[in-house]
Design a protein around this ligand. Structure first.
Ligand code: GDP
Length: 363
């Protein structure tokens, strides 16, 4: 269905200039033996640092253990082949393009590329591996370290919260916000918690009706008023209801017409002020790519986002959205939604996401 990073890498290796063949890119093919020291060649330190090298120098080194535990761990050897830097730059340029084509946002691409360089340069690679294998492992390691920073353990978090725990969901109409709320309500209920949903999107009668259907289907209480009621008042009522009935969690649905609409943003701020949510969740559509990032930024500036749910991951055309969104706005992904059923909600797992990005649906 979409081109995975793995198939893009394959493409790079099948279509790239002869410069990328292993004889010209590996130092010491037939020359440098196992005794070659890992340090740079004499005189290399006199060279002025390139932009990439300066950036790299500023980045903290990953702990050796993490490196060794990564996909490429056993590829890094005390003896073996070293990759030359110049042809590697050509390869990294191609890789940069492939990542951008996968909808990975530019700053994230830069992070990944720097990580890949770090994983490849001045390291020796076991002679049994091909350049393609070594590069794939380096890309995986780099993507993994970006994704790992984005995990959020919702279940542990919710366990430690005072009751009732209020969670506010924001996002643009059509992203899957209402469905996500129903899925989270079901997950909490299946886990033995009592849940109240508040229909704070009073802008559309249809939204209240739709949320009521979801609430009934997953078997949780809904607190609602009529169309055009004050959304903050609905939130307040729901929280009061939860307090008086000893309910565990209150999930607030909110309106999602154009994110640039300042009335909407004022409304969000007011709901947040009145309900003091313990968790503010941005729901973003994986298909929306950079638009989702922009939307997240607007909501984050207005109310401060704590976590993200990325929806429609089952239809994510290019695969880079998860990698980009959390990294760009610096918030963790709590869940990914991968279908329309109430159980199609997965806790975000960087290894799972990595597999998706690399294996894709086309393998
Ligand atoms: P809202 O306007 O943001 O509340 O969006 P809805 O929850 O009403 O969802 C809009 C449409 O997207 C509905 O048809 C949902 O069934 C569908 N949808 C929501 N989440 C997913 C998902 O993860 N995958 C797919 N394929 N469809 C989804």
């Amino acid at each position: 269905m979409f081109d995975s990073l793995k198939s893009k890498l394959k493409n790079i290796f099948s279509t790239s200039s002869p410069k990328l063949d292993s004889e010209s890119i590996f130092e010491g093919e037939g020359g440098i033996g196992p005794e070659e020291p890992a340090a740079a060649a004499p005189g290399a330190e006199e060279k002025p640092l390139s932009r990439k090298e300066q950036l790299r120098a500023g980045k903290q080194k990953k702990p050796a253990q993490e490196e060794a535990g990564g996909t490429g761990g056993d590829m890094i050897a005390s003896s073996g082949k070293k990759i030359k830097e110049d042809p590697l730059d050509d390869l990294l340029d191609e890789l940069e393009l492939a990542l951008l084509e996968s909808d990975v946002a530019y700053p994230v691409v830069q992070d990944v590329i720097l990580g890949v360089r770090d994983n490849l340069v001045n390291k020796k690679h076991g002679r049994q591996y091909t350049l393609e294998q070594v590069v794939e492992a380096a890309v995986k390691d780099s993507v993994r370290s970006v994704l790992r920073a984005n995990e959020f353990d919702f279940d542990t978090w919710v366990e430690g919260q005072p009751r009732p725990t209020v969670m506010m969901f924001v996002g643009i109409n059509g992203t899957g916000k209402t469905t996500t709320i129903a899925k989270i309500a079901k997950r909490l209920k299946d886990d033995g918690r009592s849940v109240v949903i508040a229909a704070c999107d009073t802008f559309r009668a249809g939204a209240i009706e739709q949320l009521s259907i979801h609430a009934e289907r997953v078997g949780v209480k809904i607190v609602k008023q009529g169309q055009d009621a004050d959304p903050s008042a609905v939130a307040f009522d729901a929280i009061e209801h939860a307090r008086s009935k000893g309910k565990d969690v209150v999930l607030l649905d909110t309106a999602g017409r154009m994110q640039t609409n300042s009335n909407l943003i004022d409304e969000m701020k007011k709901i947040a002020r009145v309900s003091k949510p313990a968790l503010k969740v941005f729901v973003g559509d994986a298909l929306a790519g950079n638009d989702a990032i922009e939307q997240a930024k607007v909501f984050d500036t207005a109310i401060g986002i704590d976590a993200i749910v990325l929806t429609k991951i089952d239809t994510d055309a290019k695969g880079g959205a998860a990698l980009s969104i959390a990294r760009t706005i610096g918030k963790p992904i709590a869940f990914v939604s991968d279908g329309q059923g109430y159980d199609d909600l997965q806790a975000f797992d960087s290894e799972w996401m990595l597999e998706r990005l690399f294996e894709g649906a086309d393998e």
